[in-house]
Design a binder for this molecule. Sequence first.
Ligand SMILES: [Zn+2]
Length: 102
Amino acid sequence: MRYETIKKLCCPIDKEDLALTTVTKDTDGNILQGFLTCGKCQRIYPIVQGIPIMSPDEYREFRLEQPLLDKWKKHLKGRVVENFRVISHNSDKQELKPGNIK
Ligand SMILES: [Zn+2]
């Protein structure tokens, strides 16, 4: 898919702009693999063979996307994906400290 086309896409859930991470592109600069992330709902939409997967959650199967996300792990820069959302582990989750475990 062409970069110009991808840039026009917005999140189907909340219409927010999406941030693009390119993993591979062809010789013409078209994006073959990568993912789009929404800054509002934190959803991640993979781009597979140039096609962005932008179905609602209930039509997505995480086990089909998991191998891709594993492969693209370094592009996620330490973030993890849960329930189709990109989660930064240090932000909102309270860390389990030894003193907190009863
Ligand atoms: Zn969104």
